[in-house]
Structures are given as C-alpha cells and as structure tokens.
Write a protein that binds this ligand. Structure first.
Ligand SMILES: [Zn+2]
Length: 402
C-alpha cells in the first residue's frame, strides 16, 4: 500500500456572494477531486486545537500526526531547521519577513501602512541580497540573521524570550503602530531595517519595474527549539515531503522525513504543480518510499491576497496538475494506494487570514471504491455527517492504525 497526502494550504473558505454563494473550492472546476470523492469518503476535521492559533505550523503538524498541543514550540524554529540554522535550547528563533511598508514622505515610521507581507512574493535572490545588507549592519552577538526562501527569513535571538508578536499578513492595509513589537531591540531593528532598505538599489530597481520593494524586516512567530519524534519510528512508514516552503521542509527535517526538491516549486500561484506530483509518484514507485506529503501553498497565498479568481485558479491547478497526475501515476503503477486531500486550515478571502474552523477532507482508497453522489467541498463535507475530532487522527485513518 502507498499513501499520499495532498495538502492545499488554506484551501477552505466561506461562501462568497459573487460566486453564487459558493466557496472557491465549490465553485472551482475540480473533476478529479469530485470523482475521487464519489468513490471515497468526505467529511470535516478540526485541525486546530482549542486555544491555539490557526496557522500552517500547528495545522500541518497535526495533519502529519504530531499533536500540536504536545509538539508545537513556535513557527520560526521549524523553519530554522529547514535552512540549517544551528539552534541550542536557550535560543529563540523568529521569522523575519521582508515586507513592504508605505513610503509616504514626512511621516514617522509608526504611521506607515503595511502593504504586503511578502514584498510581492519577492524572488529569493533579491530577497537574500536585501537581508544580507540588514545582516551586515545589524547582526551582533545577540542577534543572528539567516537567509530563507523568498520573503521568509530567520533571526536567532540568543537568550531571548518567546514574545507575542503580530503576524504581518493579518494586518495588510493597516497602519503599523499597534502591531509593532513592545521589545525595544526588535523595534529598533525593524525601524533601522527600513532606513537600510528603503533606497537600496534592488528596491529602486523593483519600484521602477512596478514591483513591491522589500523595505522592512518584520519579526514574528517566536519559538524555542522543537523536539519531534521521527516519523518512521512513530508510524513505521518511510515518508517524503514535497513543499516549497521552509516551514514544511523544517517539519520534515525535524521528523526525519526526506525533503524532495522540485525545480520551479515556489509557493506561488505559478508553481511547478506537475513537477511536485511527478516527484511524489517517483518517490513512491521508484525510490521505496511509503508515504509522500505534497504541500501546495498557492491557495493560501491567494487567500491572503484576497483574490477570488486566483484562489479558484490555484484550486483548479491543484486538481488538474497534482491530484490527476498522482492518481494516474499510481493507477499505472498498480500497487494499491490511499490518498488524503485536505487543507490545513481555511484562509477565507473575506478576512484574508486563517481561521480555526473545521476543514473538509477527501479520503480515497483504491481498494475500496464507493458509490457516493457528493462532490468535494465545504458544504457537502459538512452535510456528509462524517467528522474527525482532531487533525492528528487523519494520518491514523490514512494508515489504518487501529
Ligand atoms: Zn496554511
């Protein structure tokens, strides 16, 4: 038996007026998922434990079978693992986003507006040059900067503390004053980074091209070094991770899963969907892997951007270029398989951030084809009456561990 989880990040949503009251998942043309749902099972599952923040970190840990209540120690430490940051127990890791702040003349830093948490999904190359400039000017014994992927960098705070910090993607279009760190060192570095980056040649060039400048560092997601048991020890399966984002790669590093790099996979709308799917099939059919986790970031990013059309497109790409390719690849291979398709959490367009609402899942077993009439979406999943209480139960279901 082979096992696949296809994770559409932030794919779940709310009914939208302009879509005749449908959700993007319901409105999108997804013939492959709808076929699998008819031959499989749909239902809903709560991936975010009560009292925890709805994030890709907590939710993806849960979907991979790691109870976030027990194993979650912050988001940034997981990403730090993926970019090879050496962490000791007294270190605090922070996410350091390269963000776009408004650049009006004659106003104070605090009066600026956060326009983009991703600096227009800035390319890693440009982003690293900018971060390295900040590093050259601000790094000292206590604060160490590390380059990540796209706008997602990391900062290690020696003997720091786990502070409450605002997530930049929750406040797009708002003035930043209420969301700035209370800690004076962090605030100083944020302000300073704006001065360093505002007129950097890369940003001048970006603005000329109509791209958003990466003009400020934004710290959030503080946490301590995680302690995760190995996936293979826990579930007896050899697993591989296919994701463009450091958080998921870090979870894979922390759990001893193999990270598969796919050229052109970037976490954006135009990622290499087929490449991911083919790499997953290859891992299962040629490389002796039992389980692959294919993570697609695009629906979440489009949710944060607030674009209904692009979110629908991301879901249609997921269906056509990932689910279809995986299904065909495994059908051709011939060994029985199970596929679980689900989001980690909703990222509703109307609020452009994550919620903790239960998400719809689709479970398909090539040996147990059913004859249902439902399609895969939030409404029908809820109406099915199938409900799984906790995210970490999904992998138990996938592996049929009694
Ligand atoms: Zn997510």
């Amino acid at each position: 038996m082979k096992y696949v989880i296809i994770l559409g990040d932030g794919m779940a949503d709310e009914p939208i007026k302009s879509l005749e009251g449908k959700t993007p998942l319901e409105y999108a043309k997804t013939p492959v998922m709808d076929l699998l749902s008819k031959q499989g099972e749909i239902g809903i599952v709560s991936t975010i434990p009560k009292g925890m923040k709805p994030g890709s970190d907590t939710a993806n840990l849960a979907v991979l079978g790691y109870d976030p209540k027990k194993y979650y120690s912050g988001r940034s430490p997981l990403e730090a693992l993926s970019i090879g940051v050496p962490m000791i127990d007294s270190d605090i890791a922070l996410r350091c986003n390269l963000v776009t702040l408004s650049e009006e003349e004659g106003i104070s830093f605090e009066e600026r507006t956060i326009l983009d948490h991703s600096s227009g999904e800035i390319e890693t190359k440009d982003s690293n040059i900018l971060l390295n400039e900040v590093k050259a000017q601000l790094e000292n014994e206590r604060y160490h900067f590390y380059c990540g992927t796209s706008y997602r960098h990391c900062m290690i705070w020696k003997k720091g503390s786990v502070l409450e910090l605002s997530q930049p993607h929750d406040h797009l279009g708002e003035k930043i004053a209420p969301y700035l760190p209370k800690n004076k060192d962090l605030l100083f570095m944020m302000k300073k980074s704006y001065d360093i980056l505002k007129n950097h040649p890369i940003n001048i060039e970006r603005k000329k091209k109509g791209l958003r400048p990466g003009n400020c560092c934004w710290f959030w997601g503080a946490g301590t070094k995680p302690e995760l048991p190995l996936f293979e020890d826990k579930f007896g399966k050899k697993g591989s991770m296919i994701s463009a984002v450091d958080l998921l790669k870090g979870i894979a590093v922390g759990t001893g899963m193999n990270n598969i790099e796919v050229e052109g996979a970037n976490g954006g709308l135009h990622t290499n969907y087929e490449g991911k799917a083919r790499a997953g099939v290859k891992a299962l059919t040629e490389d002796g892997c039992d389980f692959v986790y294919i993570h697609v970031e695009a629906p979440d990013e489009m949710g944060h951007q607030g674009s209904v059309e692009k979110k629908i497109k991301a879901i249609e790409f997921l269906d056509e270029k990932v689910v279809k390719v995986v299904k065909e690849g495994l059908d051709n291979y011939g060994e029985p398989y199970r596929i679980l398709i689900m989001p980690d959490h909703p990222t509703p367009i109307c609020i452009r951030t994550h919620t903790a609402e239960p998400v719809p899942y689709l479970f398909y077993d090539s040996l147990e084809k059913k004859e249902n009439t439902w399609n895969y979406n939030e409404r029908e999943a809820k109406a099915s009456g199938n409900k799984v209480d906790e995210g970490q139960d999904m992998i138990i279901k996938l592996f049929s561990i009694k």
